[in-house]
Design a protein. Structure first.
Length: 229
């Protein structure tokens, strides 16, 4: 399931959203997209070789989904550590992993992708939305309803798809509302709002270094912050 509220059941269905979103790609329809792509004769020739039925929403989004399936980033230090290379992570990262487990973070951030397998309440132990409104004057929006927007089951209000932690050090801003700019702050707030425990500055630092170990490789090269290139 894709998106924070799980409104898309497949990668292809997800791929249909951003092109038509007025604040993302802003196309009016897939007819407009087809017309734009069809103006490139070489691209059209190559596309029809794979999709002889022609360009339309279904074939375009399927092509995007097939490409997205190649965007795998394995071989992170954590991957190598779990496979037996005990030197793949630093001593501080290993300590951070222990703290990560002690604070029950692995309850939700689990599986191959370190997340993405469940919808969880934002604010299990403290009222995130109330505090956000007080601190930033940001009231509730439709996007804050989470999974409820799809199910209309009251229990699902404020529940969101647990994000993957793979490459999390490179994927700010954090949370469904993009309100947190640093990983350290996101860790501190998760401990407070989801676990009901205060994490010390030293513990936050160690967990952060552990999450740095989630950065994987693409085509044999370790991913980097674009600002560091």
């Amino acid at each position: 399931m894709q998106f924070w509220d799980g409104r898309a059941a497949t990668l292809a269905e997800q791929a249909a959203g951003p092109p038509l979103n007025p604040v993302e790609m802003g196309s009016k329809s897939f007819d407009e997209i087809v017309a734009r792509l069809s103006s490139d004769a070489e691209f059209t020739k190559r596309f029809l070789a794979s999709y002889p039925e022609g360009m339309n929403e279904k074939t375009i989004t399927d092509a995007i989904a097939e490409y997205e399936k190649t965007l795998l980033t394995p071989n992170s230090p954590f991957d190598r550590y779990l496979k037996g290379d005990k030197n793949a992570m630093t001593a501080e990262q290993i300590e951070g992993y222990a703290i990560f487990k002690d604070f029950k973070c692995a309850t939700c951030h689990t599986g191959v992708n370190m997340g993405g397998l469940s919808y969880e309440m934002m604010g299990q132990r403290a009222n995130y939305f109330q505090d956000r409104e007080i601190n930033s004057k940001s009231g509730l929006t439709d996007s804050d309803n989470g999974r409820w927007a799809q199910t209309k089951v009251e229990r699902d209000r404020y529940r969101f798809k647990t994000p993957t932690l793979r490459n999390v050090a490179l994927t700010w801003p954090y949370y469904h509302d993009g309100s947190v700019l640093t990983l350290e702050k996101a860790i501190e707030m998760m401990a407070e709002y989801q676990v009901g425990r205060k994490m010390s500055e030293a513990e936050i630092g160690k967990v952060k270094t552990f999450l740095d170990a989630q950065t994987g490789q693409y085509q044999g090269k370790t991913l980097t912050n674009i600002n560091d290139r």
